[in-house]
Design a protein around this ligand. Structure first.
Ligand code: ASP
Length: 318
């Protein structure tokens, strides 16, 4: 009798444990990867970046703690980062060769594989919200340029004058060509308590890019991908490489077809496949069990993560 009771207790504990595990959430964000050595930064700058990354993380953590969806969490985190002039997305977008701002963004729902993206827009305050509108309110996946702006306006997304995106530091980067750092992007991935994954990425692209050039961020499978069966990924780096190597989907495919763990899949793609061809950048990712990964082949990547277990961290350098 005692033995049966003992076994029943063990089974009950195991059930509770797996139930609790299933209800766990995790969130990871990035604010761009690149050549970021500690000696290039003043301490005040490091503090400022870390503060912004932590604040963005809290936006998503609050949504997930309250049982909100991963889709809402990634959209709102990316909106926060888009409004912050420190990062190359939204307000802080870099300039094209012609001195304009052209923004790209994408969002993907791992539960349904629904996705929305916009590219080459210069008047949408929060491109990630416009991307979500394309996903939810149109029959398309990607819209670009004027068509994307007109569609976003019709959906009530906030439109701004293109001068909104002017920031002196990005302008100086273009004018002086001083900045060796031509990259930067923001992104977020999350797993909610229901086990749903989502990914969002938003960028001004690369400094000095040709007008109407589109990077990897809005291309589903390149810079952004989410699939409940495997993982959610948001990338940052030299977009042309991430497009050719379909980085985000490749990580998912290695998990799906080869049974690799998230960390091994990301490591193979970033530190082997891309490294071999000098494709610079990094990814953040979360898998269906809430394991996270932040990997890069650059000297730094603005990044942060938090889990319902209480673990969290904010990092800049490798
Ligand atoms: N991947 C972005 C692009 O190529 C830039 C970046 O992430 O730094 O547009």
């Amino acid at each position: 009798m005692g033995c049966v009771r003992y076994l029943l207790t063990v089974v009950a504990l195991l059930c509770i444990n797996s139930l609790l595990q299933a209800q766990q959430w995790a969130i990871v964000l990035h604010g761009g990867a690149g050549n970021m050595k500690k000696e290039y930064f003043r301490q005040e700058q490091i503090d400022e970046y870390e503060k912004a990354l932590s604040a963005a993380l809290e936006v998503g953590a609050k949504i997930l703690t309250e049982g909100g969806s991963s889709l809402n969490a990634v959209e709102h985190v990316v909106r926060y980062l888009e409004d912050c002039p420190l990062f190359n997305a939204g307000k802080g977008a870099v300039f094209t060769h012609d001195g304009k701002n052209e923004l790209d963004a994408a969002i993907m729902d791992g539960r349904t594989l629904a996705a929305g993206a916009i590219a080459c827009v210069g008047d949408i305050k929060n491109p990630i919200t416009a991307a979500r509108m394309v996903m939810q309110k149109s029959v398309h996946v990607m819209m670009v340029g004027k068509g994307a702006s007109d569609f976003a306006r019709a959906q009530g997304v906030e439109i701004v004058d293109s001068s909104y995106f002017f920031t002196q530091s990005r302008w100086d980067d273009l004018q002086k060509y001083l900045s060796k750092e031509k990259m930067g992007t923001v992104g977020c991935v999350a797993r909610d308590i229901h086990g749903n994954l989502a990914a969002a990425t938003s960028t001004g692209g690369m400094t000095d890019k040709r007008y109407n050039r589109v990077g990897d961020a809005p291309i589903i499978g390149a810079g952004t991908y989410a699939n409940n069966a495997t993982c959610a990924v948001s990338a940052t780096g030299h977009g042309e490489f991430f497009i050719r190597y379909t980085v985000a989907h490749d990580i998912s495919a290695l998990m799906e077809y080869k049974g690799l763990s998230l960390v091994d899949a990301a490591n193979l793609v970033i530190n082997s496949k891309l490294e071999k061809v000098d494709g610079r950048g990094g990814v953040i990712a979360v898998d269906k069990d809430g394991n996270i990964c932040m990997d890069m082949n650059t000297s730094g990547m603005f990044r942060a993560f938090k889990k319902s277990t209480g673990e969290s961290g904010v990092f800049i350098f490798r």
